[in-house]
Ligand binder design. Structure first.
Ligand code: GCO
Ligand code: MG
Length: 448
């Protein structure tokens, strides 16, 4: 449609609609972007595998037949990153090349249903890569950030939490103080247990007497120590700071119920992953016995996992890893489901989410009424060399960037400087980025 026709349409019909010159210009831009172009078709799909921050990241690039119109999506399953690459190249690419790039839900359904067996982490991540890339393309096409395509902001920025850790409680407190001084109002605290390998703590020397040579973990000393940490944090920080903790599914169901009960008096912002996905049926017991807020979800792949937890109001925060769930499209639906049941969002935001994935997180944070909190991990200089225009944190708030789509560009030359394995050492390198094994003293493998 010609600009003049559009203006006539906006102004026309007798009673002129009073639009400012700026509004008129914006409408002309949208008109030109969406109607002046034929529907873009998927021309190629490529995978960028890179490890600039010491963590394996997988990003999918969908290229359309229109000059310069492409998009990026996060497909990071860091422990099995190499498997996602052929899932995209050998299955999704042949399925999608030549099809329209502007039918996002339809494309998602094709990819999801096309393998018949579904809801696995490899294929979900591959689908996420394409799904987020299509949202990026749509945003770039119309010149708007994705949060605008999803209805616009419900808030200015996302309140987030930082990670404080240490091998001693005093170290954790010092680390938390630094974050609080930077403006964070919420801190996740993790402390090591002497002699044991812990989740999220640093520097613990593994020396517990064990019947094997692998890292050792025992749940009872961990729980006792974590409770001492919460007590120390409350003493130090009073009630104004949100204290979070990740149990990382390392205790038995009964211990989890007890742990949640014992934590109640410290009024945590939330206790994360007290149970493993295999033990979801125990959430009801936690609910019945205490009011500690519960967050769960980063290990989920399937709607069968989160559906009942949300609809039966058994958790307070859904914290799915957006790419594990299949991308922005299903996660947006999950957020909306949560809104109806009083469950808030707390999307998984560790280092093994690419900046594109973090933009998807913060976009969901901004557009969802039932946003709870956002986990934040900083982007080091190498990550920022590969991914330009990463979202930023100021005073503990995470801001989306305002450029079209996700607003992120990937420097593929820089990405190639950091092949998989770059930041890894020892067993992790040997295991091709995998996480190896942790055992109880007697040799029993524990969930990580
Ligand atoms: C978190 C997490 C992560 C995961 C990691 C797995 O809450 O941030 O538990 O640190 O362990 O993302 O790869
Ligand atoms: Mg976690």
């Amino acid at each position: 449609m010609k600009r003049r026709n559009l203006l006539e349409m906006i102004m026309g019909g007798g009673a002129a609609v009073a639009l400012s010159p700026k509004e008129t210009q914006a409408q002309v831009r949208v008109e030109r972007a969406t109607r002046g172009m034929p529907s873009p078709k998927i021309k190629d799909i490529q995978v960028i595998a890179t490890e600039p921050g010491g963590v394996r990241l997988v990003v999918v690039k969908v290229i359309t037949d229109q000059d310069g119109l492409y998009g990026y999506g996060c497909a990071t399953f860091t422990q099995r990153a190499d498997l996602v690459v052929p899932a995209v190249e050998k299955y999704l690419k042949p399925l999608l090349v030549g099809r329209p790039a502007d039918r996002i839900d339809d494309t998602w359904q094709m990819c999801y249903n096309g393998s018949y067996w579904r809801n696995g982490p490899v294929l979900n991540n591959a689908i996420s890569g394409v799904d987020m890339a299509l949202w990026d393309i749509k945003g770039r096409q119309v010149g708007l950030p994705v949060y605008q395509l999803a209805g616009g902001k419900c808030r200015e920025a996302a309140d987030c939490y930082a990670h404080a850790s240490g091998s001693e409680i005093s170290e954790v407190i010092d680390s938390a103080k630094k974050f609080i001084a930077e403006g964070f109002r919420n801190v996740r605290v993790q402390v090591g247990v002497p002699g044991y390998a812990g989740y999220g703590s640093t520097g613990t020397q593994v020396s517990a007497k064990a019947l094997h040579a692998d890292p050792v973990f025992e749940p009872e000393p961990y729980v006792r120590r974590a409770l001492k940490l919460f007590e120390a944090c409350r003493k130090e920080f009073g009630e104004d700071i949100g204290i979070l903790h990740d149990a990382h599914e390392r205790v038995t169901p009964n211990q989890a119920v007890q742990f949640a009960k014992d934590s109640e008096k410290f009024k945590l912002f939330f206790l994360e992953d007290p149970l493993s996905p295999e033990d979801l049926a125990y959430f009801r017991q936690i609910r019945q016995q205490c009011s500690t807020p519960i967050a769960m979800g980063e290990l989920f792949n399937s709607p069968h996992e989160w559906g009942p937890l949300i609809s039966e109001r058994l958790i307070d925060y859904i914290r799915v890893h957006v790419s594990q769930a299949g991308g922005f499209t299903p996660s947006r639906k999950m957020a909306i489901l949560g809104e109806h049941f009083g469950v808030k969002t707390a999307w998984h935001g560790p280092g093994d989410v690419s900046p594109v994935g973090h933009m998807a997180n913060v976009t969901l944070d901004l557009v969802s009424y039932n946003f709870g909190i956002q986990e934040h991990s900083p982007f080091n200089e190498h990550v920022q060399e590969v991914f330009s225009n990463c979202p930023v944190v100021k005073d503990g708030y995470f801001y989306a960037n305002e450029a079209p789509g996700w607003g992120i560009e990937v420097n593929e030359k820089a990405a190639a400087k950091y092949p998989f394995g770059t930041g890894e050492q020892g067993q992790r390198k040997k295991d091709n980025g995998g996480w190896g094994v942790i055992r109880r003293r007697d040799g029993t493998v524990i969930k990580q």
